[in-house]
Design a protein around this ligand. Structure first.
Ligand SMILES: CCCCC/C=C\C/C=C\CCC/C=C/C(=O)SCCNC(=O)CCNC(=O)[C@H](O)C(C)(C)COP(=O)(O)OP(=O)(O)OC[C@H]1O[C@@H](n2cnc3c(N)ncnc32)[C@H](O)[C@@H]1OP(=O)(O)O
Length: 282
């Protein structure tokens, strides 16, 4: 897989306008800035960019498209003004359909393998809340810029569920081990300011446009670096985590299916969904 990605590293021609590359997918758009050659991948599934099967498939397809069109980088963001992504759509896991939940988890694995293993430089413009699966997407990128007054973190333990090993290793690739362990056990959500202080995000911006510009600046730092050398360096640094999931995809899926179908887990998810609804009616 990486070999074919590496074939795409020949720099693209520089023009002066921005092009919409993909409207075929409904829940994501890909816009390539022809001046910088950087692609912005926008998630667009109201109300909260809950990662359901269809959104995950569209994100995966968009990442593949960006890998294929010789973009110089990928910026991940959201069309929602206050939410980057609410994480996995809990309705996919609550009283799940037997076939669909398998496809759902497989699509999540696909997205993580493609994003964490992407050959192009990646950055997240976190323009809103980013719990759990939203945090996974952001931390799979190489750089994060977040807007003030939002929250980010892996809050799974608060829902009575367990972040899989690859969620944890992604988190740990950004935060020091001791801090990551404590935050995971606590299910801690960090405010933007706290996330900046511990290095969970790299910069704070005051608007989405500024966040995207800062992400583009980060990607621009590679302009004078040989793209093949950069991609191979990233690939080597991330190879162990990627290989672990590649090797254990089936076991990971079965573990998820078993875990999520436990009555106590189903009960917990039901209570959590109710609490979200109650919050909305207050
Ligand atoms: C022992 C070995 C074990 C091995 C492990 C194996 C397997 C592990 C098993 C499972 C692992 C799964 C990993 C899970 C990852 C996840 O991502 S779980 C999802 C976590 N997400 C959250 O907790 C976020 C919950 N949402 C919020 O906190 C807020 O909604 C918000 C994102 C901050 C936005 O707030 P606000 O703007 O105020 O919007 P509302 O709260 O009013 O929400 C609007 C509507 O959206 C619904 N909603 C929100 N989040 C979700 C969601 N994640 N899924 C589905 N639906 C969601 C919310 O209920 C509202 O709906 P209504 O308008 O009321 O209908």
């Amino acid at each position: 897989m990486m070999r074919s990605k590496l074939m795409n590293l020949v720099p693209r021609a520089v023009a002066t306008t921005s092009r919409q590359m993909s409207t075929a997918t409904k829940l994501t758009t890909v816009q390539v800035d022809d001046k910088t050659g950087i692609a912005t991948l926008t998630m667009n599934r109201p109300p909260v960019n809950g990662l359901n099967l269809e959104l995950l498939r569209d994100i995966h397809q968009s990442i593949e498209e960006i890998e294929g069109n010789k973009s110089r980088g990928l910026i991940l963001t959201s069309s929602n003004p206050t939410i980057f992504s609410a994480g996995l759509d809990i309705f996919e896991m609550y009283k799940p359909d037997k076939e669909r939940i398998r496809a759902f988890w497989t699509a999540l694995q696909d997205v993580w393998l493609a994003l964490y293993g992407s050959s192009v430089p990646t950055a997240a413009a976190i323009n809103g809340h980013s719990p759990a699966g939203g945090c996974l997407l952001a931390t799979s990128c190489e750089y994060r810029v977040m807007l003030p007054k939002y929250t980010i973190g892996l809050n799974e333990t608060k829902l009575g569920i367990v972040a899989p090993k690859w969620f944890m290793s992604t988190f740990e690739s950004v935060l020091p081990r001791r801090l990551a362990e404590r935050a995971l056990n606590q299910g801690r959500m960090f405010t933007t300011e706290e996330a900046l202080a511990v290095g969970l995000v790299d910069e704070v911006a005051n608007s989405k446009e500024e966040a995207i510009a800062k992400c583009a600046q980060f990607i621009g730092t590679f302009a004078k670096v040989n793209p093949l050398a950069r991609a191979l360096t990233k690939q080597q640094l991330r190879a162990e985590e990627l290989k672990q999931l590649e090797d254990e995809r089936v076991q990971d899926l079965e573990k998820f299916i078993f875990f999520v179908n436990q009555p106590a887990v189903q009960k917990g998810l039901g209570i959590y969904l109710e609490s979200l609804k109650k919050k909305a009616t207050k």
